[in-house]
Design a protein around this ligand. Structure first.
Ligand code: NAD
Length: 245
């Protein structure tokens, strides 16, 4: 479904991002994964190598536009085109507002929103040159319902939806599609770090009766990245087992 497409996946070192690397590779893409540090990138590349999957890995500072743009240019020069960007790197929060500092709030916005802007801006130049491209963003079900603590996280994901919808309109004339996937609770380290008392009751309310697997989300990215979704842009696709909390 993605034969010879060149795809950059941020937050590709574990969880949803790492599984998306696997699914894109299974479907013929050339994948470049981004992580936050050399050690985590090397670990992910080693894990993939042990599964006979080869990819490139980089660890630019996503909040430094010059670093992002230099890295994206290096990838463009090496591969000749950039067809797909999956903006997946993200962090969450669950503290009450009194316990949340403005630095905590800024940290979430910096990665979940500002880094997404930097990456999208950096690839747009090359996608415009090609006359096509796909930008996919990782939103969340909290971008629809909010959540009862950790206000920075849903705030950032509402912004992700806003960026998705706005850029889809701005870039449509250049044949660049921009969509988001809004996962429900998905079995990754991000969820493992949240208190059991918070997660277990939520899982019980999911109509499909189970937590999401990273592959459930990766398959949605695959569909949206592929030509099967050629007339779909500006969509926030819920992949949440009909969870409504
Ligand atoms: P995870 O914690 O397993 O992975 C997060 C990824 O982000 C890692 O690859 C990590 O390297 C990267 N990252 C973290 N800080 C970074 C930084 N400062 N710079 C660059 N990269 C950084 O989480 P996950 O569950 O796989 O989450 C992936 C995305 O899915 C996030 O955007 C998250 O908000 C979203 N999401 C997750 C769930 C869930 O239940 N797991 C639900 C909805 C949305």
């Amino acid at each position: 479904m993605l034969k010879d497409k060149v795809a950059i996946i941020t937050g590709g070192t574990r969880g949803i991002g790492l599984e998306t690397v696997r699914v894109f590779k299974e479907n013929g893409a050339k994948v470049i994964l981004f992580g936050s540090r050399k050690e985590t990138v090397d670990k992910a590349l080693d894990t993939l190598k042990s599964e006979s999957i080869t990819t490139d890995g980089y660890y630019p500072n996503l909040n430094d536009y010059d670093d992002v743009s230099k890295t994206v240019k290096e990838i463009y020069d090496k591969y000749g085109h950039i067809d797909i960007l999956v903006n997946n790197a993200g962090i969450s929060a669950n503290k009450k507002i009194e316990e949340t500092s403005s630095a905590d709030f800024k940290k979430i916005m910096d990665l979940n929103v500002n880094a997404m802007f930097n990456m999208s801006k950096a690839v747009t130049e090359y996608m415009k040159k090609e006359g096509s491209g796909v930008i996919l963003n990782t939103s969340s079900m909290v971008s629809i319902y909010g959540q009862p603590s950790g206000v920075g996280y849903p705030t950032s994901k509402f912004a992700v939806n806003g960026m998705t919808k706005s850029l889809s309109r701005e870039l449509a004339p250049f044949n660049i599609r921009v969509n988001a996937v809004a996962p429900g609770i998905t079995k990754t380290d991000m969820v493992a770090s949240l208190p059991k008392e918070m997660i277990e009751p939520l899982i019980k309310t999911i109509p499909l009766g189970r937590i999401g697997e990273p592959r459930d989300i990766a398959n949605a990215f695959l569909f949206l990245a592929s030509d099967l979704a050629s007339y779909i842009t500006g969509v926030i696709l819920s992949v949440d087992g009909a969870a409504r909390s």
